[in-house]
Design a protein. Structure first.
Ligand SMILES: Nc1ncnc2c1ncn2[C@@H]1O[C@H](CO)[C@@H](O)[C@H]1OP(=O)(O)O
Ligand SMILES: [Mg+2]
Ligand SMILES: [Mg+2]
Length: 290
């Protein structure tokens, strides 16, 4: 079934205070997705940011500007945290004000290579609490949504995480992150090795943290971990996973800190703790200290 704003709204009955914002997010994610889908097969101007593996294109900027300018027109008092604005020096500060947290293209490296796993991610927080998340898989036209207290959906289908608690039966997802210096790579590979020693069924890297997290919310994988992802990779997906019955926590096993650039997520708390205990920390700093 093709996603639509109406379908998403119908999936979550009852009026709530942020319904208008949620509807706006859905419409903009679909609109942005159309632009990204079209641009995927066209020539791109690619630049690098923090490293040779940290890419950005004119479409990342175009889509981010479109989403923010449309939301700002409708909700002038709201605040914004967005990937490309942050790359240009804007501070990432989550206050108690209504705040939109945006990744215009998640999977930019995939996008550059025409690998069709790319998403738009729009999260929304009020009083520093995540209210809803919208993630649109641009090429497969799958709209993932989660609203606090109202469940998580892919198009009109309700999402439910896996109930697996045994690491030796788990499919685990992760992403590589931009740092490729020898020390970071060694830690990254040794974390993967630890999970494989624990006999996890597999470890996958698909190039989009938000879509990997949506697979987890759908029960198509049992766990996800990453060091070096940002609040815009995590905000929308966190609501979707929690509303699908899953756990999102810090890699220490403590509560999630959206600004800490580290996460473990799983269908069950037992699985999340097993992953957290297996990992060595890779330090990427914090989003709110850059
Ligand atoms: N600085 C960075 N460089 C490369 N990937 C990054 C990154 N920060 C987060 N990621 C995310 O990790 C995954 C694979 O690289 C993607 O979801 C990517 O998001 P992005 O495409 O929005 O940058
Ligand atoms: Mg991203
Ligand atoms: Mg991005």
């Amino acid at each position: 079934m093709k996603p639509s704003g109406e379908a998403a709204a119908a999936a979550a009955p009852g009026a709530g205070p942020w319904d208008e914002c949620f509807e706006a997010a859905v419409q903009l994610a679909l609109r942005a997705g159309q632009i990204i889908r079209k641009a995927l097969t066209e020539e791109k101007r690619v630049s690098t940011k923090t490293s040779a593996a940290d890419l950005v294109t004119e479409t990342d900027h175009l889509v981010e500007n479109l989403i923010i300018s449309e939301l700002r027109k409708r909700f002038p008092s709201h605040r914004f945290i967005a990937e490309e604005a942050a790359a240009s020096g804007a501070k990432c500060v989550l206050t108690r004000s209504p705040t939109w947290i945006i990744d215009p293209i998640d999977g930019t490296c995939n996008f550059v290579h025409r690998f069709p796993t790319v998403a738009v991610s729009i999260g929304f927080a009020v009083h520093q609490e995540l209210e809803f998340g919208v993630i649109y898989h641009c090429t497969e036209e799958r709209l993932y949504t989660g609203r606090r207290g109202r469940g998580a959906f892919c198009n009109s289908q309700r999402l439910q995480v896996s109930r697996e608690t045994d690491l030796s039966k788990a499919l685990v997802l992760t992403e590589i992150g931009p740092k490729r210096d020898p020390a970071t790579l060694k830690l990254f590979l040794s974390n993967m090795e630890r999970l494989l020693h624990a006999k996890a069924h597999g470890v996958r890297v698909i190039g989009s943290s938000t879509l990997a997290l949506c697979h987890l919310a759908s029960g198509a994988a049992d766990a996800y971990y990453q060091f070096g992802l940002h609040c815009w990779d995590l905000a929308a997906a966190t609501v979707i996973i929690r509303e699908a019955g899953g756990i999102v926590m810090d890699t220490s096993g403590g509560p999630l800190d959206l600004m800490s650039c580290r996460v473990v997520a799983a269908g069950t708390r037992e699985m999340a703790m097993l992953i957290a205990q297996a990992l060595q920390t890779i330090n990427y700093g914090r989003d709110d200290e850059k």
